[in-house]
Design a protein around this ligand. Sequence first.
Ligand SMILES: *[C@@H]1O[C@H](CO)[C@@H](O)[C@H](O)[C@H]1NC(C)=O
Length: 496
Amino acid sequence: MKFNLSFVLLITFIKDIHGEHCEKGWPFPQDFLIGAASAAYQVEGGWNASGKGENNWDWFTHNKPWMIADQSNGDVACDSFHKYKKDVAIMKDIGFDFYRFSISWSRIFPTGFANDISKDGIKYYHDLIHELRSKGLEPFVTIYHWDHPQVLEQMGGWINEMMVDWFTDFSKIVFQEFGPKVKYFVTINEPSSFCYGGYGGTSKAPAWNLPLNAEYLCMHNVLKAHAKAYHMYYEKFRSTQNGIIGIALPCNHYFHKNEEDSITPDIAFQYDCGWMANPIFSKDGDYPKIMRERIDENSRIQGWPRSRLPKFTQTEVEYIRGTSDYFGLNHYTSYIAVPVQKEVNKGWANDRGFYQIVDPKWPVSASSWLRVVPEGFGGILRKITKEYGNTPIYVLENGYSDTGSLNDLDRINYYYSYLKEMLLAIKDGCNVKSYAAWSIMDNYEWTEGYNAHFGLLQVDFNDARRKRTYKNSAHWFKNLLQSRTLLPVQNCTNNN
Ligand SMILES: *[C@@H]1O[C@H](CO)[C@@H](O)[C@H](O)[C@H]1NC(C)=O
């Protein structure tokens, strides 16, 4: 189904004659960057092409297919390893300013370590970056988006502190090779997602399921690895490459259950977002005080010889604090935070002292964790600004999953209502500089397999050629990028 440009023009025209009945268009600020996002394992395929080594997701999906909703894997995915030129041509046509993609670690280091570098792996990303730049799109490079060589996982993955050095080795090659042509770097994508899901739980590789323990150890190493890569970039590369570098954090917004409860939503924010953000973006650094106090206390009550939340030395606190040029925000949804009382001699349930629920009135998506709550987007942008000051915010992921229709009005409504909240937050003084839609095309959605469709383009996964087809949301974004204005989705004469 083709989106009709004259429909948009008609809206604009009707708006002129019935202005008072219609919502106005919302212009984007000048210099605001709008892009689309993906990740290596979710789109590339070519899992063993050109000497690529096995990574943690290859191993996980091949050896534990029952952990994946449809028992599928990313062996071929969207085949972007072979079809990257097509992808770039599509993004050029839609008119995006940048493409956020990630580098497959085991494509660069097939045996896992820096003594064995794959020329073919490096060439693939040079080709992709060249293709983007020659079409006028900025490459926005995520160094780590959840896939690492399986041999590193065998050695403990993110629980092994050596991961800090291994990640730094990998980052160094990325900066050396691609830094001269890349202005935007993300070190690590969504630490809490893989620390919780992969080490504390079972929703991500390697599904260790060691809750209230392994996720804290994972995050501790991730924060150190991020900081070390950041410092290396500043000491060795920044003066010649002139890029910026940050981290992408997934932060939900939390509402209160009762009017009088102003505390629980803030506690929820600290556990959900502050856990990662406070060490980097706060004035004093380190984990949020509330986490320190409660987890220390719980650990003591439970008889652990030391706190389950590891401690940074003061030197480490200072080394990590301030290591991001922007706040990279991935935001999709919101929750209601409900307090639970502290139990005498038992401490705080789940370390946190709250649980989260949703309002049943919030519209659903194809992903159980994703409800449509646009006002939460404005809420989290204001909260981040309040907590961490004027650091520029780069929205690096936002999007909606459905079951795959080309006529994806729900997705368009999601983007419209979320973008409107973002523009309102900017008007209120939030320093938001960019926005990336997740995702450019339907892809491999981790343990949700191919069931959750987040794409602006549909990909036919039954077709060996992995044919890409525009959904209405892709046409909608094309119009938005031409006008640089957010226009109402509904024909406003119907709203009288
Ligand atoms: C790559 O993996 C496929 C199965 O996904 C297999 O058929 C093929 O032989 C492998 N190629 C190489 C070079 O190992």
